[in-house]
Design a protein around this ligand. Structure first.
Ligand SMILES: [Zn+2]
Length: 94
């Protein structure tokens, strides 16, 4: 199964619970949440941010950065085995 990273912005309710990914935190009433937190379908949870527009943008970036980190392959993977290919006869023009 492939890694699946679908980040979203969760709001932390006043009782400490966090909203799920079905909740559009921007549509909730002001002061519904005490913080925004980036979360991911893989279970990752980012740092708490302020529950305002600026915090929402920072939280979105937290999630995007997490997604990028986990879906981009790090350099250093083996290249295609060009040098291991069997030698082929080169037809010389002369
Ligand atoms: Zn993830």
């Amino acid at each position: 199964m492939a890694d699946n990273h679908v980040p979203y912005v969760a709001g932390r309710y006043r009782d400490g619970l966090r909203s799920d990914h079905w909740t559009d935190v921007r549509r909730c009433a002001e002061a519904t949440f005490t913080a925004y937190t980036a979360r991911c379908s893989c279970g990752w949870v980012g740092p708490d941010r302020a529950a305002d527009d600026k915090g929402y943008r920072r939280t979105s970036r937290d999630g995007q950065r997490h997604q990028t980190d986990h879906t981009t392959r790090s350099p250093g993977l083996p290249l295609p085995a060009l040098f291991l290919a069997p030698q082929v006869e080169v037809v010389s023009p002369h």
